[in-house]
Design a binder for this molecule. Structure first.
Ligand code: R5P
Length: 285
């Protein structure tokens, strides 16, 4: 198993759970801005670990590393990409735009034999099979999130900020053995969001969402819940992008505790998902 420095923590947990040896991918930048990557010896079945938040430069390095592994003798290269970017641009929203989701799918399919990721943002496109030409596996974070809620917030209600999240939120609530509610969301811009809930009778709510980027969705949901009289609001996300200032926005809106899965390294990481990837790696393809 190989990993880039920025994903080494997750890769170490994964290597331990999967009982694999782990080596780094060295990256060197030339004066002209080009990049050279170097990998250590590899097995015939290679696994490359890299989370792709802040993706543009990382994507090319990742593709170079896939080629380096094949040149070093790998016959099959699997990408473990805990956070898969560009999934939200799944259609041409305005004339002249690309379908970025399709571009990333094509790009990674030419370099990798398989891609394993967690909770990619699939909205209009429902399956990774429609995005990738290689084998692509979507690992659910729901069991890990439900486990955390069962252990830490047994009396809370699980809340989804929008209809898109309804099925996912329901499955988490069922596995945690508690109630759930789902809001309706309107977005007016990158950082302007309104969330509406029907009246909620609960003192403690845990908002769950797949991604926190500007933090606007979590903040709007928290304000709406507090307006309904919810005393304590916590937030739990899978992918902690948290752009500059986002975490402060969320706390200012009255969120007590913000937690995330470890798909992107972030100070809010509290839910460890590498074992779920290890389970999947053990299954025959
Ligand atoms: C969108 O539908 C997603 O599920 C998230 O709610 C959204 O991407 C969060 O973005 P932000 O933090 O910028 O509101």
């Amino acid at each position: 198993m190989h990993a880039f420095d920025d994903s080494y923590g997750f890769a170490r947990r994964l290597a331990r759970a999967a009982q694999e040896r782990l080596a780094g991918v060295a990256v060197r930048r030339f004066p002209d801005g080009e990049t050279l990557v170097r990998v250590a010896q590899t097995d015939r079945d290679a696994i490359l670990v890299r989370s792709l938040a802040d993706p543009d430069c990382k994507l090319f390095e990742t593709i170079l590393a896939a080629n380096a592994l094949r040149e070093a003798g790998a016959r099959r290269v699997t990408l473990v990409v805990p956070y898969l970017p560009y999934m939200r641009q799944d259609k041409v929203f305005h004339p002249g735009e690309p379908i970025s989701q399709r571009v990333i799918g094509d790009l990674l399919s030419t370099s990798f034999d398989a891609v394993l990721t967690m909770e990619p943002h699939l909205h209009r496109v429902h399956s990774l099979r429609e995005v990738f030409r290689c084998r692509a596996v979507n690992i659910s974070a729901a069991p890990a999130i439900a486990g955390w809620i069962r252990r830490n917030a047994r009396r809370a209600i699980v809340v989804g900020p929008d209809e898109e999240s309804a099925r996912w939120v329901k499955s988490i609530a069922r596995a945690a053995g508690i109630d759930h509610a789902v809001g309706s969301k309107e977005r007016f811009g990158d950082r302007r969001v309104r969330v509406h809930f029907e009246p909620i009778r609960a003192r403690h709510a845990v908002i769950v969402d797949d991604i926190a980027s500007s933090g606007a969705t979590l903040a709007a949901a928290a304000r709406a819940l507090r307006a309904h009289g919810v005393v304590r609001v916590d937030a739990l996300v899978v992918h902690a992008i948290f752009a500059t200032g986002a975490l402060a926005t969320v706390h200012r809106a009255g969120v007590h505790r913000v937690l995330s899965c470890d798909t992107i390294p972030h100070p809010t990481n509290a839910i460890w998902c590498a074992p779920l990837f290890a389970d999947r790696l053990r299954k025959p393809s």
